[in-house]
Design a protein around this ligand. Sequence first.
Ligand SMILES: [Fe+2]
Length: 366
Amino acid sequence: MSSYSSGRQLGGIMGSSSIAEIPGILERAFALSKAGEGERVVLLSTHLYDELMAEAARIALNNLGADFVRVVLPPKADGMRPAQPLGAMALDVIKQAQMVIRIAPKGFHHPQTPDVPIYHPMFNEVFKAGTRWLDFMMDYPPIWRLFPTPELIERTNNGAARMEKAKVIRVTSEAGTDLTMRKDGRKGARQCGVVDEPGMWDNFGFGMVACAPLEDSANGILVISPGDRAGQLERLAVDTERIVMRFEAGRITSIDGGANAEVLRRHLTSFNNPDVYRIAHIGWGTHDRAIWGGPGFTIADWESYSGALTLHFGTNIFDTPARHTGLGGKVPAGTYHWGGGLLNHSFWLDDEQIVKDGKIVARDLR
Ligand SMILES: [Fe+2]
């Protein structure tokens, strides 16, 4: 497909998407990720998946002339919990592909939903041959709203390059956050919904710069304020109470506040694993069309909201051969991965302020 920035399409971006438009939108999205004529593509899902989205993806790939197969992974369980479903045969098929497009189940974020976890050694294995992987995990309405623009791609790539060079990260806020950590040698990772280089992974509709800090380096205080979406309370759109977390030598050592803090403390204690308190990745959102709160508020929004602090905890072993994809951390697979986004924070890389009170201020990263 040709340019996606014409006036006609911008009209579409301003509104939400109807089902009939989805194959055309996916065709443009896949073309951005170089899924063209003759490209070897696996259209992948677990046994539970968004059927209409998978159908739309099939139409899009066919229109693009891709050489593709549909792979549905079998259900796998470890006791009562869904387990990693990617078996040896599926892995063989995937390794023959130049690109994987993965359609997520509806309600993908529920912990009982089968998924293909990116924090698993087998996932890292997929990328070694240069396979590109694009996840689709959103419902129809936000697809057009969050479609990657050239400006989003540029500012996010610039941010990853800046993140790569930095050694020290500091975040602060008027509410009392003052947290410092090191990242010497760790990747600068980017997500902007496009996989156009070998070994890249991305998540359509997201916009974020991130990195895995050195696991024992975080010290200070993080303050979650009402209105943040720190991610630990699945049933609430946003946090309703102030929570204060203290960090020493890379781990959360205390969580203070009201009922929300009590729920979070008990939830994290239930894993009986000190690594659930370690920072997996930290960075800032880059998506200017992400929204905050309300009925259309998706995981892509709270992880991508422009200038918001994105902070997740737990496993971070995900890595690829692509320069700006993956984290390359040391918190092992199987460690609960959790977190969310915080508003009104300031973000420094070394001595340069990137975000001030929730607004990106670095000139080439806005
Ligand atoms: Fe994460």
